[in-house]
Ligand binder design. Structure first.
Ligand code: NAD
Length: 260
């Protein structure tokens, strides 16, 4: 049902973003993948997406923690496909340290990548979506857009910001056939989660096992990690016509974490 539509997913060379790209490709969308990683691996994924979709997929490797990188990324998509019908702002990073010791450059980078890149990509996509008379904007926020954990000040601040930005965009585009929503996972088993285990071990003086069971899944009553594919299916649902009146929502996929 997405044949002829173009989807740009930030941070889609791995993890949740790649799962979104695969889900949208299965419905025939052109795909713009972004992010960093091994060039051969990325090219392999890009070709695979084209095989799945029967449409076109391009890769743009700009640094989305800069305004210029966001602008170049959107321009590359517009040059190739004319528009972006579906924007999924998903790129994000984490850093774990107490506020008093939080490196200022990490704070700036996390706010830039996790929050400002969603603003920049949205501000450039929305006029095109209005022109086309249809659009879908999805932010990967987090359970941390609704609640906090110690040592994650920049991440929690950026994710709360994303929830506010989504609501604001939803109101501004309410009569334009554009929806804007957040998907807010708890813990999803991706490289990002795996990579924060050593820092959390250090910050809390815990073993790897204890970080997984007592810090991560401790918050999730279901005791399950969400799978990236589950979120791909959720994003796809938000792109359907039946989701036309779902806007400004923050949809949790967190095993009951924020129900507590
Ligand atoms: P990931 O580390 O697997 O993927 C992050 C993506 O962002 C990669 O494609 C990476 O190359 C890209 N990226 C990183 N820095 C970038 C930069 N400066 N410019 C451009 N691209 C950059 O992470 P993930 O777990 O798939 O996370 C995706 C999103 O989901 C993030 O916003 C994260 O906060 C959110 N999230 C993840 C979880 C989880 O448990 N994994 C839970 C809640 C929310």
């Amino acid at each position: 049902f997405l044949t002829g539509k173009t989807a740009l997913i930030t941070g889609s060379t791995s993890g949740i973003g790649l799962a979104y790209a695969k889900a949208l490709a299965e419905e025939g969308a052109n795909i713009v993948i972004t992010g960093f990683g091994d060039a051969d691996e990325i090219e392999k994924e890009r070709k695979e997406l084209e095989k799945t979709s029967g449409a076109e997929a391009i890769y743009v490797g700009e640094d989305l923690s800069t305004t210029e990188g966001c602008e170049k990324t959107m321009e590359a998509a517009f040059d190739k496909f004319g528009t972006v019908d579906i924007l999924i702002a998903n790129a994000g990073m984490q850093y774990v340290a107490p506020v008093g010791e939080f490196p200022v450059e990490k704070w700036d980078k996390i706010i830039a990548l996790n929050l400002s890149s969603a603003f920049h990509c949205s501000r450039l996509a929305i006029p095109k979506m209005k022109e086309a008379g249809w659009g879908r904007i999805i932010f990967t926020a987090s359970a941390h857009s609704l609640t906090a954990s110690p040592f994650k000040s920049a991440y929690v601040s950026a994710k709360h910001g994303l929830a506010g930005l989504a609501k604001t965009i939803a109101l501004e585009t309410a009569t334009d056939n554009i929806t804007c929503n957040c998907i807010s996972p708890g813990y999803v088993w991706t490289p990002m989660v795996e990579n924060q285990i050593p820092d959390t071990m250090k910050a809390r003086n815990m073993s790897r096992e204890d970080v997984i069971n007592e810090v991560m899944l401790e918050r999730e009553p279901t005791k399950k990690f969400t799978q990236p594919e589950d979120l791909g299916a959720l994003a796809l649902f938000l792109c359907r016509d039946v989701a036309q009146n779902i806007t400004g929502s923050n949809i949790s996929a967190d095993g009951g974490w924020t129900a507590q």
